[in-house]
Design a binder for this molecule. Structure first.
Ligand code: SF4
Length: 221
């Protein structure tokens, strides 16, 4: 299973706390390590996400081997309350702009853990991009229908990069679905062209608008 959209089991995660407002009731960005060192992430809880729960039982999907699920059920259980808090805040309503806690970086990721929950969640991520135009936000998601139905009616901000996460191992997409910028594919052999290796901070293919590579291919780990 690939390292993305989940993190490596050897990653050490540190939750950043912020000084504004009530810490227990505000969004919390995570400081990442391992492959994603240097890329802050606004994570949500995989273990209570209905989509993730259903997909975890689908043997044809990469989700049945989800690193995030395995970590949050075992040695990173302590991250679940913070991620669940983010899930609840992001999905409950459209937030005021001053509730969108600033990320500590200019190239950041949504959902290194977790998956989109509902339209409120999407709208809040869009509002992040609108509120912080100098920050580039990248979202990985498998929920193509939710993205397409939302962006059929709303303009996508230029500083929001959408990556469709292909759940079928070994099948590289030939095109990019409507409203997405890239596809993330996982393959199980080097016979297919692998262009995702090493640390994101040294690569940044997924985090810079100028990079026009459409198919990201990682060898399964
Ligand atoms: S292509 Fe580069 S930026 Fe994208 S996930 Fe792979 S290493 Fe990270």
């Amino acid at each position: 299973m690939g390292e993305f959209p989940f993190c490596s089991p050897v990653s050490i995660w540190v939750i950043i706390t912020h000084t504004q407002g009530d810490k227990m009731n505000q969004l919390a960005w995570s400081k990442m390590s391992g492959k994603m060192v240097g890329i802050p992430a606004l994570n949500t809880d995989t273990t209570t996400n209905k989509f993730c729960i259903a997909k975890s039982k689908d043997k044809d999907s990469i989700c049945s081997e989800c690193y995030s699920w395995n970590m949050l059920k075992t040695f990173r259980k302590n991250a679940v309350p913070r991620f669940k808090m983010n899930s609840d805040i992001l999905s409950s309503r459209v937030l005021e702009m001053n509730e969108l806690v600033r990320p500590n970086g200019n190239h950041v990721r949504f959902n290194a853990h977790g998956e989109l929950i509902n339209t409120n969640h999407v709208q809040n991520l869009v509002n992040y991009a609108l509120f912080y135009p100098k920050v580039t936000f990248t979202l990985w998601t498998k929920k193509k229908a939710l993205i397409q139905s939302f962006f059929n009616k709303h303009k996508k901000p230029d500083n929001l990069i959408l990556i469709y996460s292909n759940e079928i191992v070994g099948t590289v997409y030939k095109s990019v679905p409507k409203h997405f910028d890239k596809v993330f594919n996982v393959v199980n052999s080097n016979l297919q062209e692998v262009n995702c290796d090493g640390k994101c901070i040294d690569c940044m293919m997924c985090y810079t608008r100028e990079n026009k590579t459409e198919q990201i291919i990682e060898k399964i780990k």
